[in-house]
Structure formats: structure tokens, C-alpha cells
Design a protein around this ligand. Structure first.
Ligand code: ATP
Ligand code: MG
Length: 183
């Protein structure tokens, strides 16, 4: 599975529809401060099911919707579409019927998020499961947030452990153990 395209509409600073073609070998995005590089990465995480507003540098999920600028009114919705090249048919069962998988997440003010996979309505959980077994997904250690490296270097040992456990993908196990102990 390979990311092929990312389309944004009303997401953060990307108020106008933007279509980013992700050619094989793309390793970096450059541009002046504040041009939206981090927003692009956040859009990628968001469409894969990220549900923590803090991971989007916001206080609430609706903060991803274009908030308006001096010359432009705010938007009522934000939409991000991720097109995945599935020509090798490596997607998990249930998602593996086409050469391309298009995941769309849309958030509307006061109405929350809705997801579609290849135009079919799905739950957030379904999208998260689509990535659960790939080394990708919104919590992937491959997506390194700005400042995360210096956080790691400057952290106290205890919080450094939390960061490393998250990167290793084992932090979810504590939650599941906690739930199991409550039963
Ligand atoms: P740097 O090089 O400093 O890391 P960057 O290219 O990563 O910059 P981003 O952090 O992606 O830039 O973009 C920041 C811009 O996005 C800011 O101008 C901010 O005002 C704008 N922005 C963020 N959220 C919204 C929103 N909801 N509505 C409108 N603009 C937004
Ligand atoms: Mg940035």
C-alpha cells in the first residue's frame, strides 16, 4: 500500500481545494515558516483516524476547520481525502477489492466526523483498523511531529520511556491490560 494522493478542502490553512500528488520517493516538503508543512502531515494523520485534538495542535476537533482570515470567512466543514495505491492488493480483508482505496474524512461544525472508504460510509474504527496492521496509521512512529526529537532529548527518563513505548507501539497494551484487570 502506498500513499498516492492527499486532497484537502477547508482543512486548517488549506481553505481552497488542494491536491497533493505523492510521487514515489517523495521524502520532504519545504517552504517558508507557516506555509502549512506541518498541517499537511496533520491532515494525513487526521484522515487515518486521529482523534486527539492535541495531536492536531488544537483544543477541539473542530479547530481543524479553516477558522477564517482577514479577507476570508471561516468554513463550516473540512475534508481530507487520502488515495492509496493498492495495485499489489496488500490491503486488509474487507478493503482489498480495488486497485485504489480512497478514504475520506469530513468534519462539519456541530455534527462531528464522517468517514467513507471508496464512497461507502464507514466508522472511524473501520478506518483505524485499515491501518492497524500496517506500520502506518495515525500513531505511526514514522510520523515524527515537529519538536518531538527535542522533546525526546530533553525529557526526564520517565517521560522519555512513555515516548519510546508509544513509538514501539506497546503503549496500547497497558490500556488493554488495565481494561482486562477491571473485568
Ligand atoms: P514551520 O516552518 O514554522 O514549522 P509550517 O509550514 O509547518 O511552519 P504550519 O504549522 O503547518 O506551518 O501552518 C501554520 C499556519 O496554519 C498558521 O499560519 C496558522 O494560522 C494556520 N492555521 C492553523 N490552523 C488553522 C485554521 N483552523 N484555520 C486557518 N488557519 C490555520
Ligand atoms: Mg511545521
Amino acid at each position: 500500500m502506498r500513499f498516492a494522493r492527499l486532497r484537502l478542502n477547508g482543512f486548517k490553512s488549506f481553505v481552497d481545494p488542494t491536491d497533493l500528488v505523492i510521487h514515489p520517493g517523495l521524502t520532504g516538503v519545504v517552504g517558508p515558516n507557516g506555509c502549512g508543512k506541518s498541517n499537511l502531515l496533520e491532515a494525513l494523520r487526521w484522515v487515518m483516524g486521529e482523534n486527539r485534538p492535541t495531536a492536531m495542535r488544537g483544543g477541539g476537533m473542530e479547530d481543524v476547520i479553516f477558522a477564517g482570515a482577514a479577507t476570508r470567512p471561516a468554513r463550516n466543514f473540512a475534508e481530507v481525502a487520502l488515495v492509496i495505491d493498492n495495485a499489489e492488493r496488500l490491503a486488509p480483508a474487507g478493503f482489498n477489492e480495488a486497485d485504489q482505496i480512497e478514504i475520506v474524512r469530513r468534519i462539519t461544525r456541530d455534527a462531528g466526523s464522517a468517514y467513507k472508504v471508496n464512497t461507502r460510509d464507514v466508522r472511524a474504527r473501520d478506518v483505524q483498523m485499515l491501518f492497524a496492521d500496517a506500520s502506518t496509521g495515525s500513531h505511526s512512529p514514522a510520523l515524527v511531529r515537529q519538536g518531538q526529537i527535542s522533546e525526546l532529548i530533553n525529557a526526564r527518563p520517565k517521560s522519555r520511556r512513555v515516548i519510546l513505548e508509544e513509538a514501539a507501539g506497546i503503549s496500547g497494551l497497558y490500556q488493554r491490560r488495565h481494561e482486562a484487570e477491571l473485568r
